[in-house]
Design a protein around this ligand. Sequence first.
Ligand code: C2E
Ligand code: MG
Ligand code: MG
Ligand code: MG
Length: 280
Amino acid sequence: ESKSSGKSRACLFRPEMAASFRRRTELEGEMREGLAAGQFELAYQPIVEITSGKVVAVEALLRWNHPSMGRVSPAEFIPIAERSDLISDLGEWVFARAAADARRLPAGVSISVNVSPMQFRQPGRLVAAIRAIMEREKVSPGRLEVEVTESVLIDDSRQTLETMAELRAMGLRFSLDDFGTGYASIGYLATYSFDKVKIDRSFASVIGDNDAARSVVELVQHLADRIGFTVVAEGLEDDAQVKAIAATGIPLAQGYFFSKPEAIETLVARLATAGTLTVS
Ligand code: C2E
Ligand code: MG
Ligand code: MG
Ligand code: MG
């Protein structure tokens, strides 16, 4: 054992770490029960064509409403689920719910589902589950898009490529989520054929006055034109950000400026009253 690992082991006994361990263990148990008790639901956030405001897709975002803790953020509970086998149960619940909800949305609107890198580590289970759901729900597979983050590509690229190819053969499409923040290299855009690449929300707030950040975003759009994927700008909150993104030629966007994630009923009603698939 090295000195440094001995040191980090000692850190495990700091009181605040014991508290966070207790919180994790508690949440894990509560999640298991909550899934069975129907405490989870999906919120859907539109992805729109910037020039027309037309809704082309919605992203399914998992929501947990705990009876006594209230709303727990996926930013907190997803990483905990990922440390146990719970992520596959949760992920399969999400996929099934989203596939069932697809029927309630106009045929031109596709649904994006976040799939955890941990689910890709059990490729047999993932593919079988998705196949079973698609057969049961009879949803056209072309309407379902799998969102993966770059960490899925780093884990085991050969196995991931095979799994993606299998799902692609079933008709599913793929988005690369949160691009530009982690370790993903531009080379991934050539190796893996993504249908969409989502530029991380951290770019939205700086692109207006940061030339370097804008150059990166412009480069991604340039590659999109050459390679043939579609770029989505994530997390646009105001008009200035939308204008700055639109100026780079990026066609699609998502963010509070257009719509917050909302219940399927609300979304369906809004799309129906508007008469057209637009958000303003
Ligand atoms: P993500 O997949 O990148 O989803 C986008 C997140 O940004 C969502 O947070 C969304 O509510 C938020 N967002 C959208 N527009 C804006 C904006 O204009 N401003 C700001 N500040 N935020 C915006 P949410 O729902 O809290 O989810 C956080 C993350 O949790 C997701 O990031 C995703 O990584 C994970 N997640 C959520 N649902 C699922 C799921 O069903 N399965 C898996 N594996 N992960 C999920
Ligand atoms: Mg996502
Ligand atoms: Mg994202
Ligand atoms: Mg994210």
